[in-house]
Design a binder for this molecule. Structure first.
Ligand SMILES: *Cc1c(COP(=O)(O)O)cnc(C)c1O
Length: 232
């Protein structure tokens, strides 16, 4: 499958999911996850009209960022160690994996030095899988309240990863729970600005996530392919 046909295919599947759920296509930002592919492939994605790039490790992202900075918005979607924060802040516009205060402190420190602000998703482990990062859902409210002390961090919403399911439909309760958590947080707490964003949905399950209210879908394999994974 060529990139053009993958882009078209994803677009029509997104439109169908929007139609099924009465949503507008503009409510959903596609993030092309380029971690599996070369810089040239990432450039082709951006030329193809997807202006948002997601990466989960700085060594894999570096060359792409150097090549595409200013042409694409960069999202850091992987788990982030505090000693890697210096690589990310100032380059990435969004972090999707904020899940602990030590990380918030490191981001705040670096962002103040560089005089920038970082938009962040608070990662929540809805599925309860041991292998997944993120806060327990019932820890989210207290954590986000603590983020008020960090003026360089702007929490915009929540992120989660669903377990891989052979029947994508089985992910629906996870995505629905994340949306309900966001709505509960907004109802029960006075934030400076309501949390609006939901980063959820990957290649296997993005249509379900869109039906359940995703505002950002993170698409690797289904959109950009997986050319560089031989030997991994
Ligand atoms: C790799 C990755 C994705 C994309 O995965 P695909 O299944 O290839 O779409 C999305 N989100 C995160 C956090 C990832 O690490």
């Amino acid at each position: 499958m060529t990139l053009q046909s993958r882009l078209r295919d994803v677009e029509s599947r997104l439109m169908d999911a929007c139609r099924r759920s009465g949503r507008a296509r503009e409510e959903i930002q596609v993030i092309a996850v380029t971690k599996y592919v070369s810089t040239a492939a990432a450039e082709a994605v951006v030329r193809g009209g997807i202006g948002h790039i997601g990466e989960n490790r700085w060594p894999d992202a570096k060359e792409k960022w150097e090549t595409l900075q200013g042409q694409a918005v960069f999202h850091y979607i992987g788990s982030l160690q505090t000693n890697k924060v210096k690589d990310v802040v100032g380059k990435f516009d969004y972090v999707h994996s904020l899940d602990r205060l030590s990380l918030a402190e490191a981001i705040q420190h670096r962002a103040s030095l560089l005089d920038v602000t970082l938009q962040c998703f608070v990662q929540v482990n809805v599925s309860g899988e041991q292998t997944k990062h993120g806060l327990e859902p019932d820890q989210a409210a207290a954590f986000i309240r603590e983020l008020r002390a960090f003026d360089r961090i702007k929490p915009i919403g929540l992120m989660t990863m669903a377990p891989y399911e052979s029947k994508p439909e089985d992910t629906r309760p996870i995505f629905r729970s994340l949306r309900q958590l966001r709505d509960d947080l907004n109802r029960t707490t006075e934030w400076d600005e309501p949390l609006w964003a939901l980063s959820m949905g990957m290649s296997n399950d993005f249509e379900i996530a869109v039906e359940e209210g995703a505002t950002h879908v993170r698409l690797g394999t289904v959109l950009v392919g997986k050319e560089d994974t031989e030997g991994e």
